[in-house]
Design a protein around this ligand. Structure first.
Ligand code: LLP
Length: 417
């Protein structure tokens, strides 16, 4: 499942000892396994081979250019959400014809840049956006290729903050409005509406919501055909769940088995946008114990990585397994693993049974490859630690630790104070 494992009581990433990486780069840091990344990508590729989908890695889950490049080398496309992601993608030579651009709030600058780059699809989320893209494309004498993002109104059974496919959410266009847009598509002469797009949420561990949404889309596309509206591409989004604790998520193959019978007979070109499934378990966050504290009521392990480095526990109450980098058989005690930040919400794990540890010991926070580094901040003027990529026996820093100079760059004291 992933390539982080213990050998002689030491945690390794592939053939590299985590403690060796830390000796070189310090803590806190993120460490990614190249092999795990590629294995997960390949799993989706193989499972869906009968429809040879374009697998657009959701860059928002991990936009490190070495990670992105590794996946491009395997034939991945990219799902992007900003001009920043697009620029990074182009820097690592992504083929614009394999890039889809979703975002409820694309700006003029972003639309112009993406049109100039020649991306595959704008995944459009509203009528005003469609009108805006049409106007810009006219001005640039270009034709924009569009997939309409549908809100299929299906429950995804995941955390409220990461459910996107119900009408309570800001995403996508409802089916009736989509039909109306398509009937009046001549109103948008600089736009070619070729595809439909759905993304119903993230960390979804059952296949029912996916099947429901895909079925709904296929029926909808069939009904459009009867009105002579031809759709050639169906983008089924991302959202495949992974194991953080004891989830039993569907495998890529389970997912494929469930939806392929519907997809295969449509002849549609299929696009997918997995993020977490590919990179989630391919990364860990490593932090060092600074202090032990026992207030008589609770025990705390105060570590040097905080909510600014990995916000998922604080933001979603997300569970990440925490393991000592050196296995010990010391008696286990119940502790809260907390960061140094001035907020009670700054924790990495609560009520964890961990072997008694001492100052300087290392902890690995598992499954931190997706929505880890990308959601980090400089809160409390804390520089981000480095990102490291491991491949076999080799490892390299793929993003350097931020220095104080990085943190104050651009700050000014105006003359009037
Ligand atoms: N496509 C679209 C349009 C999306 O909005 C997303 C994720 C994906 C694909 C990729 O979804 P994935 O395969 O990674 O589930 N920060 C949250 C997750 C937010 C997901 C946002 N959209 C977390 O840490 O759980």
């Amino acid at each position: 499942m992933h390539d982080f494992h213990f050998k002689k009581a030491e945690l390794y990433c592939e053939d590299v000892k985590i403690s060796d990486v830390v000796r070189k780069v310090g803590t806190p840091c993120y460490i990614y396994s190249h092999k795990t990344l590629i294995d997960h990508f390949t799993k989706i590729q193989k499972a869906f081979a009968p429809v040879s989908p374009l697998i657009c890695f959701a860059m928002k889950s991990n936009d490190n250019m070495a990670v992105v490049k590794s996946l491009l080398n395997e034939g991945a496309g990219l799902d992007i959400v900003s001009i920043g992601e697009l620029k990074k993608a182009l820097m690592v030579k992504a083929d614009p014809r394999q890039i889809v651009f979703a975002s409820v709030g694309k700006t003029e600058e972003e639309i112009r840049f993406a049109l100039r780059a020649g991306i595959l699809f704008f995944n459009v989320e509203s009528v005003p956006e469609l009108e805006f893209i049409n106007r810009i494309a006219k001005d640039m004498r270009k034709k924009a290729q569009v997939a309409l993002r549908i809100n299929p109104d299906v429950e995804a059974a995941t955390h409220d903050f990461i459910t996107t496919g119900t009408l309570k959410n800001k995403f996508g266009i409802d089916l009736a409005s989509t039909r109306a847009i398509l009937k009046q598509r001549k109103k948008y002469p600089y736009i070619e509406i070729k595809g439909l797009h759905i993304h119903i949420g993230s960390q979804i561990v059952t296949s029912a919501p996916f099947i429901n949404a895909v079925k709904k889309m296929i029926e909808f596309i069939e009904s459009l055909k009867k009105e002579s509206i031809e759709i050639t591409h169906l983008d089924i989004g991302g959202g495949l769940g992974i194991i953080y604790k004891d989830e039993k998520p569907q495998t890529a193959q389970d997912f494929a088995n469930a939806v392929l019978p519907y997809l295969e007979k449509t002849g549609l070109k299929i696009i997918m946008e997995p993020g977490r499934f590919i990179v989630g378990n391919a990364g860990i966050f490593v932090t060092k114990v600074l202090y032990l504290k026992d207030n008589g009521f609770k025990k705390f392990l105060i570590v040097d990585g905080g909510m600014n480095d990995l916000i998922r526990p604080s933001l979603y109450n997300a569970y990440h397994e925490i393991v000592p980098v050196k296995e010990t058989h010391a008696k286990r005690v119940k502790v809260d693993v907390v960061g140094p930040i001035c907020e009670s919400g700054d924790f990495l794990g609560k009520d964890r049974m961990l072997p008694a540890l001492k100052q300087g010991d290392l902890l690995a926070v598992m499954s931190a490859g997706a929505y880890g580094y990308v959601m980090s901040s400089n809160y409390n003027v804390r520089g981000r630690g480095p990102e490291v990529l491991v491949k076999g026996k080799q490892f390299a820093i793929v993003k350097e630790r931020e220095t104080f100079e990085h943190l104050i760059e651009g700050e000014r004291i105006p003359a009037f104070i």
